[in-house]
Design a protein. Structure first.
Length: 117
């Protein structure tokens, strides 16, 4: 069955960095676009970053405006893993972060990111 397992969250000071990982199994990873979402307390879940399925060795990426220039989404099809590198973190980035298969209703359990000021 489809499984998505996020890791890499934690507590970090403002300006710090974290790298989230999402290990995927149970489907053909390289053929599927993937997304990272987040949900802060009292707010709706939002799409943070999206990476397309591979076209040769290239991928399309898209980002939420508020994270552009700070976050980078990437994927390693050999490892069935999608990453989210988060730099210059801000307190408003505090949320539970989830990965998701684009267009399919499969979610991981989430990983908590807390940024202190």
């Amino acid at each position: 069955q489809v499984q998505l397992v996020e890791s890499g969250g934690g507590l970090v000071q403002a300006g710090g960095s974290l790298r989230l990982s999402c290990a995927a199994s149970g489907f053909v990873f390289r053929l599927n676009a993937m997304g990272w979402y987040r949900q802060a307390p009292g707010k709706q879940r939002e799409l943070v970053a999206h990476i397309g399925a591979s076209i040769g060795n290239s991928f399309t990426t898209n980002y939420l405006d508020s994270v552009k220039g700070r976050f980078t989404i990437s994927r390693d099809n050999a490892k069935n893993t999608v990453y989210l590198q988060m730099n210059n973190l801000k307190p408003e980035d505090t949320a539970v972060y989830y990965c998701k298969i684009a267009g399919r209703d499969y979610w991981g359990q989430g990983t908590q990111v807390t940024v202190s000021s």
